[in-house]
Design a protein around this ligand. Structure first.
Ligand code: ABU
Length: 476
């Protein structure tokens, strides 16, 4: 094959079409052992380069064994489906290969990114009192990095010397629910806060942070000389999809002057739904919000944004001079002055393309539909005495058990047999199957099929108890 881009791009289009065609025919792939797959695919790096034809064939082989995460049988993670407009833009963003640090290097892509941040801030209620201006933000490579950036900014705004001189010896404390995402603890380790200084606040029976416990923990910490500086509310917890009560948490944050961050990596998109945005009531009182468009909005991974109410805080924590890079245009057009990264891929273009295609109304419909599907799944479980629903779902995750059968074993068997991918979590000290309704391409028949498959593999399994020995945090 010639190295001519047009010929290669034709081949890419053929491979993409083939992948989607196969995905429709075989929506789930058998899980092969890593060793077997390494041998089968010959993944070794050659010393002498191969002809491009051969490379493309090799790429095709790898694709044929790559899990189909956009299919109607993928329920394993908090993303799913394939938004075609966003996928097209993502592919083209690779072709243009801009780095999003300067206007000089990315041109209109920076204008698109700034506009998206502005619109998302409007949804979050991060607007100035005159309603004209808005907060700021930054696209980050995933929700974990958005959360990390929020915690960095909050730390530096509280402890002004920290960026220049390091922490001053005071023991800063962060509060987040026991169901918060593991990135919070990870970030505390990276930021010199210490993982032990994340105070795990107990949750209620729905998996929502208990505000009374938050208040109690803060008072105890103050009595002991700790310095509370940040509280993180989760909007859509990883396992149960629960929404912490933002307004009540905001009351406490205001009382103790804590930075209020909302980890809406999963559930932030609910802000686009008139019908369900009440789940985030009080959002506008927060200081920052993590919002992953690659979850409920279906944009290809990764498309995460950190929004901040005060647009200046990101630069205060992250701006450095680099005369070789920032050579023209004002900082507003040079996002590298307020980003964790230097080289930064363009994650905005695909969201912009999806927004062009669906509009606000289409995104709202998408969110509403996901919640409708989750309700259908919950009803199915309630109406079948072979299964038990753990909790009434608050949003799009449904946690359930098949009576007397191991949730872990069911999930493994479904994967091994190539029937579907679904994961398990822990709720109230029990292993449960976590069904995630995040792909709007799925319909009621697909969910019926899901339960048929679950019950079919469960039927042949020995009885087991899902109780887990250690009551561990269910997050992550
Ligand atoms: N943000 C990470 C989500 C992982 C999961 O789907 O469980």
């Amino acid at each position: 094959m010639s190295d001519q881009p047009d010929i290669v791009f034709q081949k890419v289009a053929t491979l993409a079409q083939q992948y989607v065609f196969d995905e429709n025919r075989h929506p789930a792939k058998q899980a092969f052992a890593p060793d077997w797959l390494s041998d089968k695919l010959d993944l070794e790096l050659p010393e002498k380069g191969r002809d491009l034809d051969e490379v493309m064939d090799h790429i095709g082989d790898v694709l044929s064994y790559t899990p189909t995460t956009s299919s109607t049988r993928f329920f394993n993670q908090l993303f799913g489906g394939r938004d075609i407009a966003a996928t097209a833009a993502e592919m083209l963003a690779c072709v243009t290969n801009n780095s999003m640090y300067t206007y000089k290097a990315a041109g209109p892509q920076i204008l698109i990114e700034n506009m998206l941040i502005n619109r998302l801030c409007q949804y979050a209620g991060f607007v100035t009192s005159d309603g004209v201006g808005s907060g700021g933000g930054m696209f980050c490579p995933g929700g974990s990095l958005s959360n990390l950036t929020a915690m960095l900014v909050a730390r530096n705004e509280t402890c002004e010397r920290a960026r220049i001189w390091g922490l001053d010896g005071s023991t800063l404390r962060v509060y987040a629910s026991a169901e918060a995402h593991y990135s919070i603890s990870k970030a505390a380790g990276m930021l010199g806060l210490g993982t032990r200084n994340i105070q795990e606040v107990p949750v209620d029976e729905s998996g929502r942070l208990c505000v009374d416990d938050l208040q109690r923990l803060i008072c105890d910490d103050l009595d002991q000389g700790f310095v509370p500086f940040m509280v993180i509310a989760t909007a859509g917890t990883t396992v149960q999809g629960a929404f912490d009560p933002v307004n009540q948490i905001a009351d406490i944050a205001e009382r103790y002057k804590l930075w209020l961050h909302i980890d809406g990596a999963y559930g932030g998109s609910i802000l686009m739904s008139e019908k369900h945005r009440h789940l985030l009531a009080g959002m506008e009182r927060a200081d920052s919000l993590t919002w992953d468009a690659h979850k409920m909005l279906g944009v290809p991974l990764t498309c995460s944004v950190l929004l901040v109410k005060n647009p200046e805080v990101l630069a205060r924590s992250l701006s450095e001079s680099a005369s070789y890079l920032f050579q023209q245009d004002d900082d507003q057009l040079n996002p590298g002055t307020r980003s964790l990264q230097c080289g930064r891929r363009n994650d905005a273009f695909k969201l912009w393309a999806a927004w062009q295609h669906h509009g606000d109304l289409g995104f709202a419909r998408r969110v509403d539909r996901l919640i409708e599907l989750a309700q259908y799944a919950a009803d199915r479980i309630c109406n079948d005495d072979r299964m038990t629903l753990c909790k009434k779902p608050e949003s799009t995750n449904i946690c359930f058990e098949v009576c007397n059968k191991s949730s872990q074993a069911i999930c493994h068997a479904l994967d091994q047999e190539g029937r579907m991918k679904v994961g398990f979590g822990i709720v109230d000290g029990r292993f449960v199957i976590r069904l995630v309704c995040v792909n709007p391409e799925i319909d009621e028949q697909d969910l019926d099929l899901f339960f048929d498959e679950v019950l079919a593999v469960a039927k042949n399994m020995p009885d087991a108890d899902n109780a887990c020995e250690v009551a561990v945090s269910t997050s992550g």
